[in-house]
Design a protein around this ligand. Sequence first.
Ligand SMILES: Cc1ncc(COP(=O)(O)O)c(C=O)c1O
Length: 386
Amino acid sequence: MFVGAQAFRRLEWSPVELASRTARDLSGIINLASGSPDPSVIPVKELAELFEEMVREYGAKGFLYPGAGGVPELVKELRSYVSSDLGIDIGEGDVLVVVSGAQHGIKLLSQLLLEPGDIAVTEDPTFWEAVDPMRFQGARLVGIPIDEYGMDTSKLEDLLRRGLKPRLIYVIPTCHNPCGYVMSLDRRKHLLEIAEEYDLLILEDDPYRPISPNPPPSLKSMDRRGRVIYVCSMSKVLAPGLRIGFVVLSRDAAEELSKLEQHDFSTATPIQLLVARALRKGLVRSLIPRLRMHYKEKMDVLLGSLEEHMPGSYTKAECGFFTIVRLGVDAERHLPKAIASGVIYVPAKDFYIEKKLPDAARISMSTQPKEKIAEGVKRLSSSLKS
Ligand SMILES: Cc1ncc(COP(=O)(O)O)c(C=O)c1O
């Protein structure tokens, strides 16, 4: 116990953080746990040059407080990126708010929208880091099963018919984390219809769209009624350490989100100006086709290796970085054995909402070169046989 222990609220470490820490201390391990983008495709040299240019242009002004909502240069560039590169129409009444990564946006929105006892609906399993801030607000989570067509919206409709009253529907419809699924167009339409019928708000978390080869339209661009709050990020397309994300939402809601940003003065000014320049000079646009190809090839290797060594055990991910593999043994208990065989994954039981699946593991291909991905799967499979 530490001084003042009773005064502190207690939180949990994310399973991904725990696995990443373990991986950091192990040399020679094949890391199939990390959710980071591939360091080999981060444009370090170009970013360094753009940073220098930015400093020359702005001088001390580039290092002042950013102000809430985002610096105008970045807001302008992001608006045009969202419509021309991501193919999402930002409605007349919509405002784009810069945040320090999608995760920050989700946390702020959880604070704005959720009070103790409120219900938030998610896919089951889901991205732990997004739902932890919802739980921290005192919200109760309800998980809806997900399959290769995305969230099973008919199950959601059943629950709504029976009286469920969620405050928020949190979805990752494109390149789901951790399953890798993409929600079908029919389910997207259905979700929006349900939202209309039951007067619901949808939080669409879409960080993988820029690196996804052929994504369907976002819920945001199909939404005519202002029911979708759109969250996206520069983490997967540029670099996660920059901490730049953005939220697109109706003007009045954006005002509240920006006011809440006054609580943390977040999103460093020089980084906002750097990313604005990377967008304006076409760096981001030039990366997109390469990244789509790069990650598709790696995903093909991951799924091919799983098919060879552990057929039938994994979710058929379409894009993103992840797949869920059912190990057939307790994933947490098996981890030391896998590590001894030279591979690490994330035990995924806590990603599940309604019923924990102890044998589920999240496997990622993002940081490893192709030959290591294949070798990692082989090591995992042998560790299970030995
Ligand atoms: C579904 C999902 N949402 C949000 C994030 C967080 O992104 P950011 O780095 O922009 O905070 C991630 C990162 O892995 C993610 O997978």
